[in-house]
Design a protein around this ligand. Structure first.
Ligand code: BG6
Length: 495
């Protein structure tokens, strides 16, 4: 268990009435609280423009915990003591009064605790408010102690390379880089963090982790959910910006990075950024050959009828936005020269399944009569939490007959405790000043650089090669063809 930090902490959430606060942030903070991971003295200021009744607001947050917390319903006594720390501040993000009000609350907290504590400002807001709030925090000197004050910025971090650069520059003029926590919640997932441990604490795999032994890699994040109520945001984003530029690129970095030399935020982020910089740039021809985009049509997901993407709320009926993207890319460095990395993600697919498959090469030694199935390492991120290695074994009996079998590590068998949610790990890291699982400015820009040629090409030819797939399927056939001749299909645990 990490040592408990004694620093008083004032947590401010901008966008307190939003979905993220109710579904993720408050349940995560509550779980940290009941597990005794928050400091003795802490307070949560929830800021939003709506006028609320305090009891109704707290009850709504309680409802969020009861519905979404991994620990189930909140314990009434613990909730009561936790809820006392929650304070709602009604205020417009664009109005100076909001920050004057907040300042007096923060000062009050410091006086009460007799110490200038940690300040975390969480931007759970639409992108248009990021600069507004950052500027106000800066001018009101609310976030001006580099060692104690931090801002947490949710994705999307920019909508392309230029806007990301502009935002980075804007924030850099007001805060030190170590005060800026750019969140990608995939990095907080237990199974994603474990990939680092798996790769770098088990020397047995390291000698094999390269072009000599690895045939190809698949990174697939399939979602069953559609765009739901987020059509307005999603229609100007699409799968490439919403998932690939951030979550899938981060997974790619962890799989492909060099050993960082130390478990240190800067070294790890250096190693990841290096991967992004080594990705072979896509030419417009590559985009049409090696990148597939598609959109779902009406279908059935999990026995429920779902509309086509173009019929979703707040989505243009002529939209060419992709709800599915798949690609083949190469990393031009010594370790990965010539090894294809396949990535795909999509909404309204058959089932949720996030998996990474490391497909090893065929054995050059053919001493058996049977065909040998090459080894495969599967890292399943969600909903199944497991790592398994496929290897050949002799079928018991009098003949030398081979069949592949699996060696499995399943979280549920190895550990009895429920796993912390990504946001629990990440919020605690912010309070403790650990940026290892957050994206540095150059990393975000490097990831945008990889996808920019795709964005530009699609912008130039908005409808060209936009495929359709029926909701409730695994996506368009073209995404499967992309794998050839490396694999017949995308790996899946089951239908
Ligand atoms: C978010 C995307 O960042 O990640 C969503 O904006 C997506 O569109 C979500 O559904 C997926 O997260 P998870 O943790 O459910 O895999």
């Amino acid at each position: 268990m990490k040592p408990k930090k004694v620093f008083p902490s004032a947590i401010t959430i901008f966008g307190a009435k939003g979905d993220l606060t109710r579904r993720k942030l408050i349940p995560a903070l509550y779980n940290l609280y009941i597990e005794n991971r928050l400091p003795e003295a802490f307070t949560i200021y929830c800021v939003d423009f709506l006028t609320v009744d305090m009891d109704a607001f707290r009850n709504d947050l309680l409802g969020g915990i009861n519905e979404f917390s991994r620990n189930g319903k909140a314990d009434p006594k613990q909730w009561e003591t936790f809820a006392e720390r929650i304070c709602y501040l009604q205020g417009d993000f664009t109005h100076p009064d909001t920050y004057t009000q907040l300042k007096s609350k923060l000062d009050e907290f410091d006086m009460k605790t007799e110490k200038r504590g940690i300040r975390m400002f969480y931007f759970a807001v639409a992108p248009r408010f990021i600069e507004v709030i950052a500027e106000a925090l800066y001018t009101h000197k609310l976030c001006n102690k580099a060692a104690l004050d931090r801002i947490v910025v949710e994705k999307p971090f920019g909508s392309d390379l230029n806007t990301a650069k502009k935002l980075n520059r804007f924030l850099a003029k007001r805060f030190a880089e170590k005060q800026i926590y750019r969140i990608d919640h995939y990095l907080g997932k237990e199974t994603v963090q474990n990939i680092m441990a798996f790769r770098f604490a088990n020397y047995v795999f390291e000698p094999l982790w390269n072009k000599k032994y690895i045939d190809h890699v698949q990174i697939s994040v399939a979602e069953q959910v559609g765009v739901g109520k987020r059509g307005g945001y999603y229609d100007s984003s699409g799968a490439l910006r919403d998932m690939i530029q951030n979550h899938l690129m981060q997974l790619l970095c962890i799989v492909a990075m060099e050993c960082p030399g130390a478990y240190d935020a800067e070294k790890i982020r250096d190693a990841k950024t290096k991967v992004m910089k080594d990705v072979r740039p896509f030419t417009p021809t590559d985009v049409f050959k090696n990148v597939i985009r598609a959109q779902y049509t009406a279908g059935e997901v999990n026995s429920a009828v779902v509309p086509s993407y173009r019929e979703e709320a707040q989505v243009s009926s002529k939209s060419n936005t992709e709800t599915f993207a798949a690609m083949r890319l190469f990393i031009d460095n010594e370790r990965w020269e010539g090894v294809p990395f396949f990535m795909r993600t999509g909404k309204s697919m058959t089932r949720q399944s996030s998996v990474i498959v490391i497909q090893f090469k065929d054995s050059p030694h053919k001493i058996f009569k049977d065909d040998v199935v090459p080894n495969r390492l599967l890292i399943s991120i969600q909903p199944e939490l497991e790592i398994s290695l496929l290897f050949e074994s002799k079928v018991p009996g009098l003949d030398m007959k081979l069949l592949p079998v699996e060696m499995d590590f399943m979280y549920q068998d190895a550990y009895k405790e429920s796993l912390p949610e990504a946001y629990e790990a990440l919020l605690l890291d912010v309070l403790e000043g650990d940026a290892t699982l957050f994206m540095r400015a150059d990393q975000v820009e490097a990831a945008w650089k990889v996808v920019m040629p795709i964005i530009d090409t699609w912008k130039k030819y908005p409808a060209k090669q936009l495929r359709l797939y029926k909701a409730g399927t695994w996506g368009p056939d073209a995404a499967t063809t992309l794998l050839k001749p490396y694999a017949k299909d995308w790996f899946r645990l089951s239908n």
